[in-house]
Design a protein around this ligand. Structure first.
Ligand SMILES: [Zn+2]
Length: 351
């Protein structure tokens, strides 16, 4: 039988002992959804597109900013100057890299309502894998619910400061995220990129792990997927593996009882306040926030006053007035778009 000439684009990976044309065809028919096109989503989307994953859904709510460029490898200085949405800038860049890949760019907040809509009525149907490029735990718990409910593997990743973590949660085969962490950490208790910074090689390594594990899944090599959570500090040179085998919680709300708490919420945490141009964010995890740390951080961005109940003040850059209460509730005055309020909340207060 005459052999078809392999696509030269994939010639070097077709030399790998476990990769043949059938694997390449399988990849061309696969669909990866990348939630968050930042420090993790950029390198993983780039690797998957170059490998020939046929369909990519790229989701992000933010615009490209100059401060993203040291680690978010799909974006250029001109994207930041043009204030392009990240999902769209990523789509344009990947289209230049590999025009054979079909891309849906979704500029949206992956919240309760949009998450289900995107999964159910996306251009390419249900994805074969969910890749975590988010910067907050509320969204990760939502992804975990979707993963278990719809039986889609979830490739988890996180990078902050000089530390990174990665793991793969496969419904029916491994614990889920909630088996390991029963609820998101309290608002304000975790560092964010703005408070702790990011050592760019950490996010590149975590994203490479995520791309590697996603490719194994898409190639049908589930037995090769790492069965542990990997944690390391690239600056210190520390590395730790936590075996996931015995960590399945028989009483897990999500994967044992199928209680999809983060998907079933109808108490939308973001509310427009009637009668004035303001948005309230009321986080689900109610615990006292680190007021003095937050006040220090906010005072680098504008004039803020702290009382025993709240921090209140105005950002210099956009004149938005912010009031943050001890339990994490926040009101943004001068904002009409909940996405803008949620983005500022995630950046300074975290969740
Ligand atoms: Zn579980």
């Amino acid at each position: 039988m005459p052999e078809t000439t392999p696509n030269p684009r994939y010639a070097r990976q077709l030399k790998l002992p476990f990769w043949d044309q059938q694997a390449q065809d399988r990849l061309a028919n696969s669909h990866a959804m990348i939630i968050g096109c930042g420090a993790l989503g950029c390198p993983s989307a780039d690797l998957l597109a170059r490998a020939g994953v046929g369909k990519l859904t790229l989701i992000d709510r933010d615009l490209v900013e100059t401060s993203n460029l040291h680690r978010q490898t799909l974006f250029s200085d001109s994207d930041a100057k043009a204030q392009l949405p990240k999902a769209e800038a990523a789509r344009r860049r990947i289209n230049q890299v590999n025009p054979e890949v079909q891309i849906e760019a979704v500029v949206a907040d992956f919240g309760v309502f949009d998450a289900q809509r995107i999964i159910q009525s996306g251009k390419f149907g249900q994805p074969d894998v969910l890749i975590d490029g988010t910067d907050n735990f509320e969204t990760r718990f939502l992804i975990n619910d979707l993963s278990v409910m719809d039986n889609i593997p979830y490739v988890y990743g996180g990078a902050i400061g000089t530390k990174g973590m990665a793991a793969v949660f496969i419904p029916g085969h491994t614990p889920c995220l909630r088996c390991l962490f029963s609820s998101p950490p309290p608002a304000g208790s975790q560092p964010t990129c703005e408070t702790a910074g990011v050592f760019a090689p950490v996010s590149a390594i975590i994203a490479s792990y995520q791309a590697s594990e996603a490719l194994k899944l898409l190639l049908g090599a589930r037995e090769r997927v790492m069965g542990s959570m990997l944690e390391f500090d690239l600056w210190e040179g520390n590395r730790r593996r936590i075996e996931l085998d015995n960590l399945r919680d028989p009483d897990c709300k999500c994967c044992a009882h199928r209680d999809f708490e983060f998907l079933d919420r109808d108490d939308e945490e973001t509310l427009s306040i009637c009668g004035r141009s303001a948005i309230q964010i009321n986080p689900h995890s109610k615990s006292p926030i680190a007021m003095s740390k937050l006040a220090d951080l906010l005072n680098e961005q504008g004039q803020f006053e702290t009382t025993s109940f709240m921090i209140k003040g105005r950002f210099d850059a956009n004149n938005i007035e912010l009031t943050v209460f001890r339990d994490g509730r926040a009101i943004f005055d001068g904002v009409d778009d909940p996405t803008v309020a949620r983005a500022i909340y995630a950046r300074y207060i975290g969740c």
